[in-house]
Design a protein around this ligand. Structure first.
Ligand code: UGA
Ligand code: MN
Length: 326
């Protein structure tokens, strides 16, 4: 109602403007009358645009990218809107002759695991070109990080990959939220993984466990299960460990990682081989562990440890005429 009436006012005032004599005061009033009619509408539009951009920019850029990765890797046919559980495999790795062969063995398994995200953390001052190129071609959704282990910790008897695993945990805490369903698993690069292992761990509610081949000085190490509960450990090495398991012998629900923001791998006070126990103590109890792999009676992962290749005949001079990445 207001608009037509004011429009007629302005029309009336427009009339003198078309006359040959230019009437400046009239033009001014025309301008202001139109201006004040339009102003509230312009303000409403500006406010609406502003509210809308604020709503979308609240999600940080990286988190948005993460969600896109989820969608890209979601199983075809998965019901829309369901946040399918992801497996986040954390792999610390370092430059050495067998590195690419190790990562290739892992990739051949991981590529076949649905809803999988690989967090590769290089023990290096930079993300190396070799690993970056390798990951880009791997066909596995990944995040590539790096952190260098201080020299003073690179000694025999010192725990390995502490900083790298903690960097991956920090990444998860920064880039995943309470709405993301997932399971976190520590996948060292010198192990062999069956595909069944990943289906076993996918249902982990808090912390799950299973046997690991070729650790603890035996053919395998395993949790002993009675009545569906872990009651002890079958191992050939330090059975006094509260959790006598290898890094490859357990998985943790993502929400347990997010809900215990201080839980991490320790350097201080940690003895060799105690990293797993020291970490698990911070987030669970033995009686709460969920046994997998048929009540811990099947070996689905092996600590194969690739033999160091013999390269005593590598030429110092007169090398090959081409440079080949191994
Ligand atoms: C055993 C356990 O299986 C490991 O999970 C544990 O971290 C390790 O003991 C330890 O003493 O802390 P082990 O075969 O002795 O494993 O160790 P590696 O497999 O050589 O190292 C574990 C992971 O850390 C591997 O993925 C490896 O690539 C990486 N790593 C190793 C580094 O990132 N930097 C290094 O200097 C050495
Ligand atoms: Mn190992």
């Amino acid at each position: 109602m207001v608009i037509p009436r004011s429009r007629s006012v302005s029309e009336r005032s427009v009339l003198p403007v078309v006359s040959p004599t230019v009437n400046f005061p009239v033009m001014k009033s025309v301008f202001f009358s139109r201006f004040f009619i339009l102003l509230p509408w312009v303000l409403i539009v500006i406010i609406m645009i502003d509210v809308d951009t604020k709503r979308t920019s609240r999600t940080p850029a990286v988190a948005r990218a993460g969600r896109t990765q989820h969608q890209r890797t979601a199983r075809p046919g998965a019901p829309a809107g369901v946040n399918r559980s992801f497996i986040y495999a954390i792999t610390p790795t370092y430059t050495r002759p067998v590195q690419k062969a190790e990562l290739t063995r892992l990739t051949n398994a991981f590529r076949q695991v649905p809803s999988f995200h690989w967090i590769v953390v290089e023990d290096s001052t930079t993300r190396t070109e070799m690993v970056a190129r390798f990951l880009a071609r791997s066909g596995v959704p990944y995040t590539h990080l790096n952190v260098f282990t201080p020299r003073r910790f690179k000694r025999t008897g010192m725990p390995r990959a502490t900083e790298q695993r903690n960097a991956a945990l920090a990444w998860l805490r920064q880039h995943r939220t309470r709405r993301d369903a997932g399971v976190v698993f520590f996948a060292d690069d010198d192990n062999t993984y069956s595909l069944e292992l990943f289906e076993e761990m996918r249902g982990t509610k808090a912390v799950s466990v299973w046997p690991v081949g070729f650790v603890g000085g035996r053919a395998y190490e395993r949790p002993i299960v009675t009545g569906g509960k872990v009651v002890g450990w079958y191992t050939g090495w330090r059975p006094d460990r509260p959790f006598a398991t290898d890094m490859a012998g357990f998985a943790v629900n993502l929400q347990v990682i997010l809900g215990n923001p201080r839980a991490q791998f320790k350097r201080r006070g940690s003895q060799p081989g105690m990293q797993e126990s020291d970490f698990l103590k911070q987030i669970t109890n033995v009686s709460d562990l969920e046994p997998k792999a048929s009540n811990c009676t099947r070996v689905l992962v092996w600590h194969t440890r690739t033999e160091k290749p013999h390269m005593g005949n590598e030429p110092k001079f007169r090398k090959d005429t081409v440079v080949i990445e191994v």
